[in-house]
Every structure is written in C-alpha cells, then in structure tokens.
Design a protein around this ligand. Structure first.
Ligand SMILES: [Zn+2]
Length: 282
C-alpha cells in the first residue's frame, strides 16, 4: 500500500529504542519507505539518552523525537548521579519523560524492599521532571501496574502512556478513568493480556509502538529483532481485533500520538498531512 493509498495520515512508532539497533540508517530508510512519519525514542540510561540525541541530529526521516529516562532495570548509583543532570539539561528538547516506572517482575527485585524503594524514588523524580517541563510520561509498569498508576495520579501528572500494557483490567479502568492512555506493541498478535487490554480500551486511547528492538515472530515463526517499520503489525492486529478499517485505526492512533506528544507544537512546520516517504513525496 502506498502513502497515497493510505491517505494523508502516516503511522507513528511511539516507542523505539534506536540506540540498540545496529543498522540505524537502514532501519530508518525502511521505516520511511513504509510510511512511518515519526518515531519516539525513549532512553533507558545516560548512554542511550545521549545516543538518541546524536541520532536525532543525524537523521531527518522519519522525524525522531527524544524521550529522556532512566529505566527501572538500569538503576545504579552512577546512573542516578549522572543521568538526572543530563536529562534536566536536555528536557526542553524532549517530547516526553521516560522510559521510567516500576518493574517488580524481576526476581532480584520482588523480595527486596530496598530495591523497590529505590525504583519508587527514581520514578518519583521522573514524575517531578514531567510536571516541571509539562511533558507526558512513558510508564513501564510490569508487575507494578496499580502502584505505577497510584504514583502518577498522586504526582498530578496529566499525560501518561502505560507502555505495552499487559496488566489487570481493573487497573486499566483506573488508567482510562484518569485520562491516561496505553500503547500496543506487536505482542498484540500473540499475548492474551495485551489483546484483552486492547479490546477493553477505546481505540482513541491507544498508541502504537514496536519497542524496537524487541524480537517478534517472523514469517517462519522464528523471532527476529523488530524495527520501526514493524509498527504496521500492531496497527493491523488492533484494527482486526476492534473490527474496524485499518484507515480508521490509523487515523485514531496517529491523532492521539500527535496530541499526546504535542508533535505539531514542537515542530510547527510539519503536519500529519505530509507524505514523507522518500519516493512518495509531492
Ligand atoms: Zn521500552
């Protein structure tokens, strides 16, 4: 399907860790050809936040956007010391805070009250940054769904994306009641929890993501690393699950992504109407 056939709206990958992609130039070329207009790159530590900054400066299409964060799985005294000053210094050029949150699914964390407290303190500092810079938060909430929701609400943050949401339905109800959103990864093709969440949430509250380079099943069912071009997979699976046209799911998810991350305010010259694939321009 060409860009013209798809209509004016292009697809947006709201969660791709491009720092972890060996051939970024190739992946971005494929993404542009596939009609991906924008990619949000959540950082997970100091090095990845820096790398994403370089990538944004080096590549123009698809448009790359920074989210700055310290992932709960990467917390260390050094990261806390150096990552926060870096994030604060660069936050005005970012579209979101994250990836941040709590992950109590790690066995090393589950029974360790100190590690849980450390995650909470680091998450809280991200929420404060989001408030200070009036930015949305990309929340990693695995195994700590209710507590993440409670903390985001208590902080007074108004825009939160519960990324790759696979938690219980009552927490999801709380997420939606609070005005927050979820994002669907390619796991919507095979994960019962993700499919349940995608069915429950209204289409207008769902973002698309690849979580590049998370491995996804290929044609032979062997798993291979994803890249942003694969964001069409959750789009198609979501449309099928919801029983709506792909074009409707595309419009809904792209409209939400643009307003949630305020993409048009950051880059006033660009709008969703542009077809930006390299050979589809004009
Ligand atoms: Zn991620």
């Amino acid at each position: 399907m060409t860009c013209a056939e798809r209509g004016a709206v292009q697809v947006i990958d709201t969660h791709a860790h491009l720092y972890d992609v060996p051939d970024v130039a190739g992946a971005l070329e494929q993404a542009a050809e596939a009609g991906v207009s924008d990619i949000i790159m959540p950082g997970v530590d100091l090095a990845s936040n820096r790398r994403h900054h370089e990538l944004r400066a080096a590549f123009g299409r698809p448009r790359l956007h920074l989210a700055l964060g310290l992932h709960p799985g990467n917390i260390s005294p050094e990261e806390i010391e150096y990552c926060f000053p870096y994030m604060r210094a660069h936050m005005s050029g970012a579209v979101a805070v994250g990836e941040t949150g709590l992950d109590f699914s790690y066995t090393s964390v589950r029974a360790d009250a100190g590690k849980k407290d450390e995650q909470r303190a680091v998450f809280r500092r991200h929420l404060d940054l989001a408030l200070e810079f009036n930015l949305p938060v990309i929340v990693h909430s695995r195994g700590a769904w209710q507590e993440c929701l409670d903390m985001v609400k208590a902080a007074g943050v108004v825009r939160a994306d519960f990324h790759w949401y696979s938690g219980p339905e009552d927490v999801l109800k709380g997420i939606l009641d609070a005005g927050f959103v979820i994002s669907c990864s390619p796991a919507i093709e095979y994960s019962a929890e993700v499919r349940r969440a995608a069915l429950y949430a209204p289409l207008e509250r769902i973002l698309l993501e690849t979580d590049t380079p998370v491995k996804i099943p290929g044609p032979s069912r062997a798993r291979a690393p994803s890249t942003p071009k694969d964001v069409w997979r959750p789009l198609r699976a979501l449309a099928a699950l919801k029983g709506v046209d792909e074009s409707r799911a595309l419009t809904a998810t792209s409209t939400l992504a643009r307003s949630f991350f305020d993409l048009d305010r950051k880059y006033p010259g660009h709008h969703a109407s542009g077809c930006m694939g390299p050979d589809e321009q004009g």
